[in-house]
Design a protein around this ligand. Structure first.
Ligand code: FAD
Length: 316
């Protein structure tokens, strides 16, 4: 089953983003095993994130290989155009197909480390749309069917929203079957983006990327990378010395965001885990305990947010 066919809205899906380790870390496999044990509907594996580009290739392939060998969980391989020629991309795509990858997330990629702007390298390609075409051509040449997802950027800023909707239109036109969003902090931005997509005739599902709102320093780092400011009210909420209480508050805020997003009709949530088990487990268990939706009305039951018995630990 391809990942896009899971996103038909009959049941909200929970999926995780995995982050290949920098350098050799023996703890990484144990962390991944713990995330596999939560049985996400699919896993995605980043590629050269934070500007490492093609240099991140081996680490991503290793995590993809390990996941394919040790689980039957569908895998979505991120791939980027940063610092890489078309020929090198063809090689990576062939390696991914060889491993058994059939679902790709086509991205332009972050600018190389230390560079403010993204630039195409000689012999390289310039955008996720070109990458969709390259992936499709390689898969066709090998007689393999693939599914290709893309990135989306919900925002309340009209000009940026229109730009992203135009980009999504082109991406769908080139064969993208769903999109995953950059992090955001307000469910209204997601709901408005979906509405604007529908008005523009874009029909692919939009899977919201959700960062657990438990770690203020991670939130600030991600906000710097994505250019999305963290709401002052959220930072204030997390401004507390007791780490367990901070996590508890952060998880409650995450629950509320997820409920609002699912209420807006999202086909699931994609958690930016940073390979940390604990927030992912807390969030997924709490969602599953509530069966995501109430059976009778189809609306989201948020009563569990009030449950006083909840007792997370801040560990990862
Ligand atoms: P593209 O789709 O190529 O677009 C580039 C720019 O052109 C964008 O500003 C877009 O809005 C604009 N554009 C494109 N088409 C049109 C059009 N028709 N009309 C008008 N404007 C257009 N980076 C990594 O390096 N590794 C990763 O693993 C990684 N994973 C990510 C996962 C997700 C879910 C997301 C949301 C982002 C991820 N990124 C990753 C970051 C991403 O690579 C950067 O945000 C990058 O700057 C843009 O990538 P893109 O695929 O959206 O670019």
């Amino acid at each position: 089953m391809s990942i896009s066919t899971m996103l038909d809205g009959t049941w909200p899906r929970a999926s995780f983003e995995l982050f290949p380790p920098r350098g050799k870390s023996s703890a990484i496999w144990a962390r991944l095993e713990a995330l596999y044990a939560l049985s996400p509907d699919f896993l995605s594996v980043t590629y050269g994130a934070s500007g490492t580009g093609h240099a991140g290739r081996e680490a991503s392939l290793e995590v993809l290989r390990y996941t394919k060998e040790h689980t039957s969980i569908p895998v979505l391989a991120h791939l980027t155009c940063t610092g890489v020629t078309r020929l090198q991309l063809v090689e990576v795509i062939e390696e991914m197909l060889e491993i058994g990858v059939r679902d790709f997330l086509a991205l332009r990629g972050d600018p190389p480390k230390g560079k403010a702007y993204w630039k195409v390298v000689p012999g390289g390609i310039a955008s996720s749309i070109d990458l969709i075409d390259v992936i499709r051509a390689v898969a066709d040449a090998h007689g393999v069917e693939v599914d290709i997802a893309v990135a989306a950027y919900p925002t309340s800023e009209m000009e940026a929203r229109n730009r992203d909707i135009a980009a999504l239109q082109s991406k769908e036109h080139h064969g993208a079957t769903f999109a995953i969003t950059q992090l955001f902090f307000d469910a209204k931005e997601y709901a408005e983006h979906v509405m604007a997509m529908q008005e523009a005739g874009v029909t692919i599902p939009l899977v919201p990327g959700v960062l657990p709102l438990t770690d203020p320093s991670r939130l600030l780092r991600m906000s710097q990378l994505s250019g999305r400011p963290v709401p002052a009210s959220l930072l204030k909420l997390l401004e507390i010395n007791d780490p367990a209480e901070r996590v508890r508050r952060g998880l409650r805020a995450t629950d509320q965001l997820i409920c609002d997003i699912l209420d807006a009709g999202a086909p699931g949530i994609h958690l930016y885990t940073f390979n940390r088990t604990r927030p992912a487990r807390d969030i997924v268990e709490r969602l599953r305990a509530q069966n995501f939706r109430t059976a009778d009305t189809g609306s989201i039951d948020v009563s569990f947010i009030e449950q006083a018995l909840y007792n997370p630990s801040p560990g990862g």
